[in-house]
Write a protein that binds this ligand. Structure first.
Ligand SMILES: Nc1ncnc2c1ncn2[C@@H]1O[C@H](COP(=O)(O)OP(=O)(O)O)[C@@H](O)[C@H]1O
Ligand SMILES: [Mg+2]
Length: 310
């Protein structure tokens, strides 16, 4: 488990991480979600001992990263895929890492295969790699020590659809193996598909720590779009049941409360025709935006929503 307690990091006047407490558990993909500048990368650097907290603690498996006896075999990480010497080959890079961390050399070929870098490509200079290949190499390095814990900062940034899907499936299978998988993103649509659990931050502070499903269900304003040739009759019937009925921008009714089946049954009981009945669920993106605005953590053009209101 990764455990943060009251974790705070200040850079001068900027509080990048503000009293964050959370636990990342094994066996599931935990998404670390927040807009750019929210403090995700800083938190990950603190976990990995690349920066020291101003106050608070963060541990992996009960120990600070720097106290781990064999860090690469306990925690695999990818913070910046460009942090590889361009003149070396992928194979040389991984072989060097393996040798200096007493990891068996056969792991090099194993991880190259796992991330889909063919042997010929692995012998070429990394400097000529595409973004996608560099990202695969970074993940190969993270997996080299067969670690129980994986920490990846924005792993899908700049990848094409196929690369994104590949990372998503890999993260899920690593979590299914019982590993702890912690990955950050500012892309909510991606997190919605990948993460089982979400830790959401805004301006360094914790906004939510919950399952992805609960996060959406609790925060979403789900509704049903309804079109009916006798709209006023239907509205009357729905309002009696306690539903909220509003005019939709396209001229139908936007109904909150009863689900689509209930609305359809009610119309049928009263002999009303229905021309459209569409359940609409908020995406994680909608939910995040609404929540961040509510809590004043959402920056618009450098100001918070609260400041804008004032
Ligand atoms: N080394 C640093 N020195 C000064 N400020 C920093 C440093 N690293 C991050 N910050 C600031 O901390 C805040 C959080 O940044 P970061 O952790 O990179 O956010 P995210 O990864 O969520 O986009 C930002 O305001 C950023 O400018
Ligand atoms: Mg970042």
């Amino acid at each position: 488990m990764i455990e943060a307690h009251d974790l705070t990091k200040r850079y001068g006047d900027t509080t990048a991480v503000d009293r964050l407490s959370f636990t990342v558990r094994p066996g599931r993909v935990t998404g670390f979600l927040g807009p750019n500048g929210a403090g995700k990368s800083t938190t990950m650097r603190l976990i990995l001992g690349l920066d020291s907290p101003s106050s608070g603690t963060v541990t992996v498996g009960g120990r600070r990263y720097r106290e781990l006896a064999a860090p690469l075999r306990a925690v695999g990480s990818l913070l910046d895929a460009k942090g590889v010497h361009g003149g070396r080959s992928a194979h040389q890079h991984l072989a060097g890492l393996a040798a200096s961390n007493r990891i068996p050399r056969r792991r090099v070929d194993a991880v190259l295969e796992l991330v889909g870098l063919p042997p010929a490509t692995a012998r070429e200079r990394v400097g000529g790699f595409s973004l996608g290949m560099g990202q695969r190499l970074g993940i190969a390095a993270a997996l080299l020590g067969d670690p129980e814990v994986l920490i990846l900062d924005e792993p899908v940034n700049g990848l094409d659809t196929e690369g994104i899907r590949w990372i998503r499936d890999l993260m899920k299978s690593l979590a299914a193996d019982g590993r702890t998988v912690f990955l950050s993103s500012h892309l909510m649509s991606e997190m919605e598909l990948t993460a089982d659990h979400l830790i959401v931050i805004g301006r360094g502070r914790l906004l939510a720590d919950t399952t992805t499903r609960d996060f959406i269900e609790t925060n979403s304003r789900a509704h049903t779009l309804v079109r009916c040739p006798e709209p006023e009759k239907l509205r009357g019937l729905l309002e009696v049941t306690g539903a909220t009925v509003r005019l939709d921008a396209l001229g139908g009714w936007r109904v909150e409360g009863p689900d689509a089946a209930t609305i359809g049954d009610l119309a049928r009981e009263h002999g009303l025709a229905i021309h459209e009945l569409t359940p609409v669920h908020a995406s994680l993106e909608d939910v995040y935006t609404a929540m961040a605005q509510d809590s004043g953590e959402y920056r618009t053009a450098g100001r918070t929503q609260q400041e804008t209101v004032r």
